[in-house]
Design a protein around this ligand. Structure first.
Ligand SMILES: Nc1ncnc2c1ncn2[C@@H]1O[C@H](COP(=O)(O)OP(=O)(O)O)[C@@H](O)[C@H]1O
Ligand SMILES: [Mg+2]
Length: 266
């Protein structure tokens, strides 16, 4: 049981977005992917979710090769993701955005929904109760009727994470979910991510804030121009001079005060 990405390469014209990259995400673990802009982090997510076809290598979920499984069917294999740039209609309210996350698992079919069969009403009540719990967990309860267009981007990202977990995924891929969040929102998001992982979900997270990476990660993969620069537990990486020099800046008297060299923050 795991996501196993093995030796994948992806090329866009002359750009090698990923070169021979392997990553494994086990249930209940938090794996982070870090690296400067353009290093291939989102392409890795797109390769797993099927939005990008890999040129070489394999992506397996729970032992099954996804090569012939289209993106829309991968949701049924227990995958959920958020996008680096959230894709929402600004007129949709928070509650409806989160409710949308339930419908990929709806068993009610279009005809059943049109005929308002009892099974549909029961399912909608269950979705609504689960949605209430998620809104409460994420501190979004007071905003349930706010339209997404009115909210700061940080809050929209939280809504996207809330929508992604509605479907009870076994694996959750979060692409820079903390970008633009206030410190309090980041802490809320971190504790949600921990709680989601503790419930057995495997989490793959792209994050620039190294303090958050350190506090959350079981394992960190460092990409640089599509290639693997280093990997390990964040504390191990902090003891690796090559990583520190390349990622955090070499003129660091003590890492807690390190000035990041490529756009990360401690
Ligand atoms: N759909 C695409 N078409 C062409 N080039 C792409 C596409 N997606 C990503 N790239 C290129 O691949 C490289 C890696 O991009 P990306 O995975 O978005 O990096 P990151 O998420 O680490 O910032 C970049 O050079 C980017 O311009
Ligand atoms: Mg990206």
């Amino acid at each position: 049981m795991s996501i196993e990405v093995e030796n994948i390469s992806v090329q866009f014209g002359g750009v090698h977005a990923l070169k021979d990259i392997s990553v494994r995400v086990d249930p209940g673990r938090i794996v982070t992917v870090i690296g400067p802009n353009g290093s291939g982090k989102s392409t890795l997510f797109n390769s797993i979710t099927g939005l990008v076809a890999v040129d070489q290598g394999t992506v397996c979920i729970d032992g099954q090769n996804l090569a012939r499984v289209p993106a829309w069917q991968r949701i049924g294999r227990g995958l959920a993701r958020t996008f680096q740039t959230p894709r929402f209609d600004p007129r949709v309210c928070v509650e409806d955005a989160v409710l949308c996350g339930f419908y990929p698992v709806s068993r009610a079919g279009i005809l059943g929904a049109m005929l308002r069969l009892p099974v549909v009403a029961r399912q909608e009540r269950a979705f609504s109760a689960a949605c209430d719990r998620i809104l409460d967990d994420f501190g979004l309860d007071g905003l349930r009727h706010a339209s997404l267009g009115e909210l700061p981007m940080g809050m929209v990202r939280l809504v996207e994470v809330a929508r992604a977990i509605a479907n009870k995924p076994r694996y959750l891929l979060l692409d820079e979910p903390a970008a633009g969040l206030t410190r309090a929102e980041q802490q809320l998001l971190s504790s949600e991510i921990r709680r989601i992982a503790a419930s057995g979900v495997g989490v793959l997270l792209v994050e620039h804030n190294f303090a958050m990476v350190r506090s959350l990660s079981d394992h960190t993969v460092v990409l640089d121009r599509g290639a693997l620069l280093a990997q390990g537990h964040p504390e191990e990486l902090m003891r690796d001079p090559a990583f520190v020099a390349a990622y955090l800046g070499s003129s660091t008297p003590g890492l807690s005060g390190a000035q990041p060299s490529i756009g990360t923050t401690l």
